[in-house]
Structure formats: structure tokens, C-alpha cells
Design a protein around this ligand. Structure first.
Ligand SMILES: C[C@H](O)[C@@H](O)CC(=O)C(=O)O
Ligand code: MG
Length: 450
């Protein structure tokens, strides 16, 4: 099976008009249309692998172009060739002598790398007949290590150290698999409190979430302090003192501003402030972490952290207390493995970013692997959940009692319903043609203040 050659790669621009109802809105992304560059690879024997990367609307066409530019590096290869030297293949994609100039390993080209490699991992897991998390959990530590590009991170984590972490976690692995199959992985919800939601909607969604068993909630902040105080106070009252609250500013502030603003929200006892400032400002995050530590508030970031080298520095600078990996921002599973192992060495809990479209479906595999094969701990750990657009996936996430239940279907859970792909393809899908016809260029209610 593994000798099958990949003979075709297609990529499509799929957009969902989520901005109409301000789903996903935050202080910086006021009108996101949750979207994906959706990749399908096909072998000479008709097997398919599915992959995607997430975007928020305009610009997806640029990611599609970048995927097309990478496709020549994949088409013609057999899965055997790829996975027998996955590190080499990762490098081929991320360090192509000409294309690396438009990165390297960041921005659009890294999103495209993620989409392509996600489809390769999906194909591999399908060929093995396992969900991706199980493929990873069953893999020999040495084989896992051979998928990681350690270039630029050996000052923080050597191959030998990574191997030792994985070998040490072999003990008790089966028990943790059984536990996950029974209980699932703990999750928190961001669905109640997008920035553009009214107080009434927030209350309704929070009431529903509490009745469904959610105990951890994230609220968007950062556009207007008075609004933040009102919303945080409302949600804290609703969830009570013992449930967990997190706040997310999506990069809105300068460093000093972040410290003063969050100090004013401290009485609502947030566990973390997420993305307080520019996602590239490592020393800024370190300063914020230091200033907020006496208030018991940690700093979380990662959804726009573009590669392992950035995460390495955040860890070295003690700039984050929660690491938020993302399945579609960095170089797929390969690069996420490096970050999970570094986070473990630096003793920083991983709480993945999910939501968007497809991000929950994908990242659940990585966090299950983290618990079973790396961290062996659930302390201070939880995976984000957002309740949008799961109906477009062939194997949507299963949430039970606020926990992710491990996926059972083979693959990386990336495959979308072909009917959804056709309907939402931009701009030719029926949904977008309809908007054009009605000249309804998606008018958003401007309730977000600047
Ligand atoms: C634009 C996205 O919805 C973003 O707000 C998501 C996010 O920050 C999160 O889920 O965390
Ligand atoms: Mg966020």
C-alpha cells in the first residue's frame, strides 16, 4: 500500500459567511468568515488524503496559490518515500531553495505547508487504518523523532532528550489510552462570548453551556474596557466562583496597556490572558507574564505563533504559562511534535487553540497524543472547543460532558462533505453566488468599538 504514488493534488477555497452573525469575532478580527484552503491528494490506486489550513476569509486565495506552488514537491512521491524520511520531506517543503524566501517557515507559505502535510498525515493514518492520534501513539519513539526537524531548536531540546521524554512516557501508556477512550480529554468553550455577541446572547449561550456540563469559559476582551468589565462580571456571576474563566485580547494592546487593562479585570479571576500583544513580541510577553504573576493571571499564546523557533524562545524567556499549539498554523504534525516535546521539557502545559473550521477536528488528535505519549498529565490542561461548522465534516468531533471523545475513524478527521465543499466554495459555490445576486455584501452590525 505504502508504495502507491501520489499522482494528484487539488486545493479549493472554502468560505463560510460566519461574519453575518459575528461568530468568531474578536478585538482584531471583527468580521471573520471562517474558511479553509482544502487539499485533497490522490494516489495511483485511488486512495485519498485530506488536509486543510484555516483562514478567516479574504486572502484564502493567496494560501491556495501557495499550496499550488508546493504541489510539485508532493506529486510523484510515494507515501513510502515520504515517511521513510519524513524529516527530509518536511525540509523539502519548508526549505525549498527558492520558495523559502517567501517565508521561511512563516506566514502564508507555512499555512500552505500545514495544509499539504496535514493531507499527507491523513493519508498515512488512513493507510494504517487508524485515527491519527493512534498512529502517533503506536509509533516507535525513534520513528516519531525521525519526523521532526530539530534545526534551530537543539539549544533547547536535543534529539536524545526528545527520545528520553517519549521513552519515559511509555510507562502507563495503555492505561492512559483506556482512560481517554472512557472519559475523553477535558475541553473549554469559547462559543458563548464572541466580542460581537450581545449580553442577551451571551447569557443565553452561557446558560445552555452550563446545563450541558461546561465548566471552563473563554471571553473575548480588548476593544472597550467598560464593555469588558460588564461582560466579565456578567459571566463570572453566571458561572460562579469555582468555574474557570479565561480572557482573550487577540493581540490588541501594547505591553504597558495590556498590564493596566488586565489588572482592571483581575477581580474576575481569569486564569489567563491570551494574546495580550503582538504574537511575535517574546520579551513583551515575558514582561506581561512577570507583571501579572502576582495577580495569579498567566499568559497564553500560540494560535499565531508561526513556528517551533518562536515557541522555543517563548519558553526560554519564560514568556508564556500556557502553550497554545495550532494544527494549521505551523508545519503540521511534524512541527507540533517538536513543540509538544519542548513544552514538556520546560514544564509548560499545552492547551491547544481550536475552533475556526476544522481546528477542533484536527487538534484533538495532537492533544490526545500529548497526554498519552508525552505529558502524562491533565494538570492545568484543556483543549479549546467552539461549536461551529462541525456538520460539514465526515467525522465531526464528539463532545461528551465537556470532553473530547477520541476519534475512531481512520485519518486526521479533515475530510469535508463534498456537498458542503461545493456549496461554500468561493466564489463559485451556490452560497456565494446567492450573496452576489442579492448584492448582499455581508453587512455587519458595527457593535464592536475601536
Ligand atoms: C478570529 C478567531 O475567531 C479568533 O478570535 C479565535 C481565537 O482567538 C480563539 O479561539 O482563541
Ligand atoms: Mg485566541
Amino acid at each position: 500500500k505504502m508504495t502507491q504514488k501520489i499522482i494528484k493534488l487539488t486545493v479549493r477555497d472554502i468560505r463560510f459567511p460566519t461574519s453575518l452573525e459575528l461568530h468568531g469575532s474578536d478585538a482584531m478580527h471583527t468580521d471573520p468568515d471562517y474558511s479553509v484552503a482544502y487539499v485533497v491528494i490522490e494516489t495511483d490506486q485511488g486512495m485519498r488524503g485530506y488536509g486543510l489550513t484555516f483562514t478567516v476569509g479574504r486572502g484564502t486565495e493567496i494560501v491556495v496559490c501557495a499550496v499550488e506552488a508546493l504541489s510539485a514537491l508532493v506529486v510523484g512521491k510515494s507515501l513510502e518515500e515520504i515517511v521513510s524520511d519524513f524529516r527530509g520531506f518536511y525540509r523539502l517543503l519548508s526549505s525549498d531553495g527558492q520558495m523559502r524566501w517567501i517565508g521561511p517557515e512563516k506566514g502564508v507559505i507555512q499555512l500552505a505547508t500545514a495544509a499539504v502535510l496535514n493531507s499527507v498525515w491523513d493519508l498515512w493514518a488512513r493507510m494504517e487504518g487508524k485515527p491519527l492520534w493512534k498512529l502517533l501513539v503506536d509509533m516507535e519513539p525513534r520513528k516519531l523523532i525521525s519526523c521532526i526537524d530539530f534545526r534551530y531548536i537543539t539549544d533547547a531540546l536535543t534529539e536524545q532528550e526528545a527520545l528520553e521524554i517519549l521513552e519515559k512516557a511509555e510507562a502507563g501508556k495503555q492505561q492512559r489510552v483506556d482512560q481517554m477512550l472512557k472519559e475523553g480529554y477535558p475541553a473549554y468553550t469559547t462559543s458563548c462570548a464572541w466580542l460581537g455577541y450581545s449580553d442577551q446572547l451571551l447569557k443565553q449561550l452561557c446558560t445552555d453551556a452550563l446545563s450541558e456540563g461546561w465548566t471552563k469559559f473563554k471571553v473575548k476582551v480588548g476593544a472597550d474596557l467598560e464593555d469588558d468589565i460588564r461582560r466579565c462580571s456578567l459571566i463570572r456571576q453566571m458561572i460562579g466562583p469555582n468555574n474557570t474563566l479565561m480572557i482573550d485580547a487577540n493581540q490588541r494592546w501594547d505591553v504597558g496597556e495590556a498590564i493596566t487593562w488586565v489588572t482592571k479585570l483581575a477581580e474576575y479571576k481569569p486564569l489567563w490572558i491570551e494574546e495580550p500583544t503582538c504574537p511575535d513580541d517574546i520579551l513583551g510577553h515575558a514582561a506581561i507574564s512577570k507583571a501579572l504573576a502576582p495577580l495569579g493571571i498567566g499568559v497564553a499564546s500560540g494560535e499565531q505563533c508561526h513556528n517551533r523557533v518562536m515557541f522555543k524562545q517563548f519558553l526560554q524567556a519564560e514568556a508564556l504559562q500556557f502553550i497554545q499549539i495550532d494544527s494549521c498554523r505551523m508545519g503540521s504534525v511534524n512541527e507540533n511534535l517538536a513543540v509538544l516535546l519542548m513544552a514538556h521539557k520546560f514544564k509548560v502545559p499545552v492547551c491547544p487553540h481550536a475552533g475556526g473550521v476544522g481546528l477542533c477536528e484536527l487538534v484533538q488528535h495532537l492533544i490526545l497524543f500529548d497526554y498519552i505519549s508525552v505529558s502524562a498529565s491533565l494538570d492545568d490542561r484543556m483543549c479549546e472547543f467552539v461549536d461551529h461548522l462541525h456538520e460539514h465534516f465526515i467525522s465531526p468531533v464528539v463532545i461528551k460532558n465537556a470532553h473530547y471523545m477520541p476519534p475512531k475513524d481512520p485519518g486526521y478527521s479533515c475530510e469535508m462533505l463534498e456537498s458542503s465543499v461545493q456549496r461554500y466554495q468561493y466564489p463559485q459555490g451556490e452560497v456565494w453566488k446567492q450573496f452576489k445576486k442579492q448584492r448582499l455584501t455581508k453587512v455587519c452590525v458595527p457593535i464592536i468599538k475601536y
